[in-house]
Design a protein around this ligand. Sequence first.
Ligand code: ADP
Length: 234
Amino acid sequence: MEAILKVENLKKHYGNGSTIVKALNGLSLSVHQGEFIAIVGTSGSGKSTLLHMLGGLDHPTEGKVFVNGIDIFEMNDEKLTIFRRRSVGFVFQNYNLVPILNVRENIILPIELDGGDIDETHINLVIRNLGLHSKVDNLPSNLSGGQQQRVAIARALATKPAIILADEPTGNLDSKTSQEVLILLKKMSQKFNQTIVMITHNEEIALTADRIIRIEDGIIACSQSDRFGVDHHD
Ligand code: ADP
């Protein structure tokens, strides 16, 4: 099976000479379609830098990122912008919803910005699966934090992206709501065969994922998969 996401010897260095910071130091990784991956590591280990590279938000110093077999940094800026819009769904800690748009309008916004056709059947399925059907006309300000994050997840799923990148998606939520959001993320990855890469500094949060990848000093320190019977849950 071809990996949907492949990272080869990725390096990102900031500064130079004696002040050089090697945020990523030759990191390689392969992710299959439908996998839900958690990237864990302490503050400063390189998680955000990695996520930025995976989403084509910043260029690496060296190395490659392939999404669906395409070397994303071979694209010019215009193509990379279109790639980001169509092939990557972003979920942020602070939800990033547009306050003057209702839930449904927020969810379809990326498709409208891209001038694409709205797949109503898919959108309604996403809305139902995230338990948002009774909230579609609400403004974000009338929703709880957990509900707002569910809207952000729906918005990410709406474009059927190759990958969803989630940056500390439960960082602003209490522990019970965090669990609910994580269970939904996992359910969505299974239901829509959606590849999700989530970064978190919270070990508990990571346990919901199919695979946990720990990074230290910009490289993978270890990788642990649920499928091999490692029991994280007691
Ligand atoms: P994490 O997300 O795990 O906290 P980061 O990817 O943000 O880690 O940072 C990794 C390292 O790179 C840190 O030492 C950080 O200070 C450094 N770094 C990140 N962004 C920049 C930048 N724009 N300029 C210089 N150093 C940076």
